[in-house]
Design a protein around this ligand. Structure first.
Ligand SMILES: [Zn+2]
Length: 561
């Protein structure tokens, strides 16, 4: 461990182990301020027996101990009295799509509007001085509520925004509402036929009213230009802030496009990232990969941004029957085995380069065949580097062959799994897989039992994603409504400490940051949250309601009161 620490200190300068590095040189330092003394409630460190108080200085945990001991060290420290609430490490969500989560931030929020005038009002607030020609987007009008009293007409939108195309998505995604300029951009007029699936609603005179049902929306949405640089930055910040409020202090962004990488790097440079980001590059973009293989992994010295992994999709999903299974789908045995979404040769080439250049591989594999082949590629690419601290991972590892567990343990591959997916898929997964293979699906305890490394994350947006919900699913193997009562294949559920480990220290390790984050120990960054209840002792059936009050990154409050 020490030699590893030394190597990392000299090589990448961001990872620190107290014994080997000087933490203050490496950790993100918030504006120089007072030491902070945290006390007055349980402090879950994930590392030692409970301690009474924690002293933070320059963004780093300086000391743990009794209140008296720590006050002697820093008599003038600002005091944060937990008043019975709990402090614990911030959650690390090790598989997210935070830019997607934040994309709604560039749209006007229309939730709760009941008239077109109200929509116009919201649009005017969001876009006070729109540049002519720029698309104005909104989201959240309730198509169900409007349908019962009559769909809206675009007349008021046309009057308010004659020079800008406007497209307003509905709350549930089944309808879009466009103004005249947007319809014009999509070349929709009274002679345009309805698409095969979907409908262009019409006025009396046959002209389009602006409402587009189901797939008719695509006629307009495909005209919307991709987000510009400023919008991407705005979305990233909004997404990260949303996550910070939920108690997340680090995320792993699972697949950055070229424009995302640029945005994340610019934000990090400006000190604008509220929480830490570990980035996986989109391995399908050859130009992007060529650049990064020449450059090598990025690990910022302040620990706020790393770009050090490569993400590709080996197969599809179980729900859509595009995951690669060795034997046919149980509910559709006539289906041919789906093919790879990327050629194995291409994955092997990426893996060879990654091994040589020090990048982490993070391949999406869902089916047992997809996982088997991915693992085979990892084994072959890593064979020339015995003992290498590669920390390669498989994203999802949803259905695997029985030998998966010993192979990943031997090779040191991290299984990156989603507790929400298990619950979301539980309704039909056994239909797809049958009663035998289901025992090797979402099999978290099998990973741990064989000595494998497990991280649990959300893969947001999609399923319920807050850390509280992720934790609840992991521990209970139940949906939010408490069903099924006995838990779904509960033998694979995690204990609270196991789940918390997979959502804190596990994620830190997967980002090569276990010297910086994941637990509250002396020398690490003060990334912690204050929660209303203690997750270690509260009723497990209530975990989804764990309430996050404040979130601190490197000793600075980034969300909360
Ligand atoms: Zn994902």
């Amino acid at each position: 461990m020490i030699s590893l620490a030394l190597r990392m200190c000299t090589a990448v300068a961001v990872l620190l182990l107290a014994a080997a590095c000087q933490p203050k040189d490496l950790v993100h330092i918030p504006p120089a301020g007072q030491p902070l003394l945290v006390y007055g409630g349980p402090i879950v460190t994930m590392a030692t027996t409970p301690i009474e108080a924690m002293l933070i200085e320059d963004g780093t945990i300086r000391a743990l101990g009794s209140v008296d001991e720590l006050l002697a060290l820093a008599p003038a420290a600002t005091q944060l009295n937990l008043a019975g609430r709990t402090a614990m490490p911030g959650f690390i969500d090790s598989h997210v799509h935070v830019r997607e989560l934040g994309m709604d931030a560039i749209k006007a929020d229309l939730v709760g509007t009941t008239t077109v005038d109200e929509m116009v009002e919201r649009l005017r607030i969001k876009f006070p001085a729109p540049v002519p020609g720029v698309w104005l987007l909104g989201q959240g009008w309730d198509e169900g509520a409007f349908a019962s009293r009559g769909y809206p007409d675009r007349a008021a939108l046309d009057v308010a925004f004659p020079d800008n195309p406007v497209l307003l998505e509905s709350l549930h995604g089944f309808a879009g509402f466009a103004n005249g300029r947007a319809l014009q951009a999509a070349a929709i007029d009274s002679s345009t036929p309805d698409p095969e699936v979907g409908q262009i609603l019409r006025r009396q005179d046959g002209s389009a009213s602006g409402v587009l049902l189901t797939l008719a929306q695509a006629l307009v949405t495909r005209q919307v230009p991709p987000a510009d640089e400023a919008q991407i930055e705005q979305a990233i910040i909004a997404g990260l802030r949303t996550m910070a409020r939920a108690g997340v202090t680090s995320v792993h962004e699972a697949g950055m496009e070229s424009r995302d990488v640029t945005a994340f790097m610019r934000l990090a440079e400006r000190g604008a990232l509220p929480i830490r980001v570990f980035g996986m590059l989109n391995g399908n973009d050859q130009q992007l990969m060529q650049h990064w293989f020449e450059r090598g992994p990025l690990m910022r010295a302040d620990g706020m941004l790393a770009v050090a992994a490569i993400k590709v999709f080996y197969d599809g999903s179980l729900g859509s029957r595009t995951a690669m299974l060795r034997a046919p789908y149980s509910d559709h045995p006539e289906l041919a085995n789906p093919t790879e979404r990327i050629s194995p040769v291409a994955v092997r080439a990426l893996a060879d380069q990654a091994a040589a250049k020090g990048f982490q591989m993070a391949v999406h594999a869902i089916g047992d065949e997809g996982n088997d082949r991915t693992l085979g590629i990892y084994e072959a690419a890593l064979a020339p580097y015995p003992g290498k601290d590669h920390r390669w991972r498989i994203e999802h590892a949803q259905v695997v062959l029985p030998d998966y567990f010993t192979r990943v343990a031997e090779l040191g591959v991290i299984s990156s799994m989603q507790s929400s997916h298990a619950m979301g898929d539980s309704a039909w997964a056994e239909n797809r897989l049958g009663s035998e293979r289901i025992h090797y699906a979402y099999a978290w305890q099998r990973v741990l039992a064989s000595g494998g490394r497990l991280i649990i994350n959300s893969d947001l947006p999609g399923e319920p994603w807050t850390p509280a919900e992720t934790l609840y699913f992991a521990v209970n193997r139940q949906k939010l409504d408490g069903t099924p009562a006995q838990g779904w294949y509960r033998d694979q559920a995690l204990s609270v400490p196991q789940a918390l480990h997979a959502m804190t220290l596990g994620g830190a390790y997967a980002a090569f940051q276990e010297g910086l984050t994941g637990s509250l120990v002396v020398g690490k960054a003060a990334d912690f949250i204050v929660v209303e209840q203690n997750p270690m002792t509260m009723a497990t059936s209530d975990l989804a309601a764990l309430q996050v009050l404040d979130t601190y990154v490197a000793g600075s409050k980034v969300a909360g009161n």
